[in-house]
Structures are given as structure tokens and as C-alpha cells.
Design a binder for this molecule. Sequence first.
Ligand SMILES: CC(C)(COP(=O)(O)OP(=O)(O)OC[C@H]1O[C@@H](n2cnc3c(N)ncnc32)[C@H](O)[C@@H]1OP(=O)(O)O)[C@@H](O)C(=O)NCCC(=O)NCCS
Length: 166
Amino acid sequence: MTSEVTLRRFTNADLEEVMNINRCCLPENYSANFYLDIYRNCPDAFVVAEAQGRLVGYVMCRTESGFSDFVRMRPVRKGHIVSVAVMPEYRRLGIARSLMSSAIAALSTYGCSEAFVEVRVTNEPAIQLYRKVGFEVVRRIPRYYYDGEDAYVMSFQIGSQFWTKS
Ligand SMILES: CC(C)(COP(=O)(O)OP(=O)(O)OC[C@H]1O[C@@H](n2cnc3c(N)ncnc32)[C@H](O)[C@@H]1OP(=O)(O)O)[C@@H](O)C(=O)NCCC(=O)NCCS
């Protein structure tokens, strides 16, 4: 990631900018309360990227309980990557990868041993990003999105430390 970009934790004052990035980058948009609920659930894993005095990217997560995607029938605490986006003019600089690393480190402090994310099966940039961080496809959910597109669920074992790889 370039040196002009810094990462820090989200604050309530960032809400409008984060919502604007989300609207620019993704068809899945949310109410203000949704973001604030996510923040209250997992404040350290809501991370923003700042460059030239404005926000250019974010990742937000929540913690959930469920069965492991890696060990059959083992109950685990999981970090759900709810949304990640980087403004088009700041892409391919390593910002999303740094945001993901930062979020995963925070999820680990919340006791999560796994992280997962849903991604459109045609969203190649995001699929490649998650693969690079160490996620793998564990299942496909038919018609997951409002427009009928399928999702892959991609999961990651936090203890594997793959995300620290350069
Ligand atoms: C997906 C997204 C967050 C990636 O952000 P980014 O800051 O450009 O990603 P990075 O620069 O950290 O890229 C890390 C790796 O991801 C992969 N990647 C990122 N963009 C890619 C693209 N357009 N094509 C192929 N691989 C890509 C590459 O492996 C890349 O490593 P490299 O640059 O060393 O080859 C960004 O494209 C985006 O905001 N897309 C719209 C929102 C979205 O789809 N979010 C995910 C919803 S599930």
C-alpha cells in the first residue's frame, strides 16, 4: 500500500463518507443504522482507508456463532466480512488487502477462529482479493442476491496466518 494512504478505525463522523463509497462501489446498500449496528458489534474490525483528506475505502465486519467450515461439526466464533470497497481511482494499490489484514487481526482479538464472506460468483476482483488473503471457496448459495445471482461463500482459518504473507 502506498504511504499516502493510512488506515484507522471508523468513527461515527465517517458514516456519510462510508455510505457514499458503498453507493459508488456496490449494488448492496444499507441504512445508516445498519452501519452503526455493525460498528457497535465489532468496532475494531470496522476500518477505513484515508488519502488526501478523504476516505477512499472501508471494511466492516460482525461476529457470529456457527459451525466451522474446516472442521466438521465444530462450533466456532466467526468473523463475517459484511462489506469491503475501495474507490475506483485508488484500486490496485493494495488498500483492500491492507483493510482485510487489519480487519482479520481485529476479528482474532474478538475470539474468531475463522472469517467468511459472500461474494458474487462473477466478481472476479473480489474473489481474487480474498484468495490472495487466504480465503477459499467452501460453498455456493444459489440466487443469494436480489437480482438472482449466486454467491460463493469464501472462508479463512484465522490461525493459519496466511494473510500476513507479502
Ligand atoms: C474488490 C476491491 C475491494 C479490491 O480493492 P483493491 O484495493 O483494488 O485491491 P488490492 O489492490 O488490495 O488487491 C489485492 C489483490 O486482489 C486481486 N485483485 C484486486 N483487484 C483485481 C482485479 N481487478 N482483477 C484481478 N485481481 C484483482 C489481486 O490479486 C490483487 O493483488 P495484486 O494487485 O498484487 O495483483 C475493489 O475492486 C472494489 O472496491 N470493488 C467493488 C466493491 C466490491 O466488489 N467489494 C467486494 C464485495 S464482496
